[in-house]
Write a protein that binds this ligand. Sequence first.
Ligand code: GRF
Length: 189
Amino acid sequence: MGSGKGSNFQAVMEQIVNGRLNAEVRIVISDVNHSGILSLAHDFQVPGLYIQPGRFRTRIEPEIETDIVRLLFGAEVELVVLAGFMRIVKEPLLSAFPRKIINIHPSLLPKFPGLEAWKQALAAGEKVTGCTVHYVDATVDAGEILGQETVPILPGDTPESLHGRIQLAEHQLLPAVIAGIAERSPRPA
Ligand code: GRF
């Protein structure tokens, strides 16, 4: 699930296509019509769906989350990956996929949860930041950490240059964490 340009989705697909990640993307869901992630889904011939999020700004309307759960179950999804999904996941999605939803966040959590974490790290005068993949639960950006990658903050870095460098690290970390989960998951015979 994503709201943005979809570079993390692309990184995952590239690892699948080149045989380094033994997984399959069954469905891409976006709360933003015509988002980059949906056009990439189309390019990779993965079903992509725009879901109107409803009347709230930071979450999906519960009735619509119910529809999403139905779609994910229908697609026999085993792991939900939030890759730049800009809404807080709530019920019923959380209970439908316990410890089966992961998110990529652009900081070394627990430092700098929330929006534009790279800007927060820069403003705080950090020398090092990075990215984190974590389980999604009822907390915001505080679920169990599955993996982290550090990224140096260089003199003269702008928010854009730093975010770009963090994204390169994300593109390594997210497929690697998914690969680890896939290896640990029992497969039907
Ligand atoms: C990433 O920086 C991710 O950490 C944040 O949103 C951004 C998504 O980028 N949650 P993309 O859409 O995968 O290019």
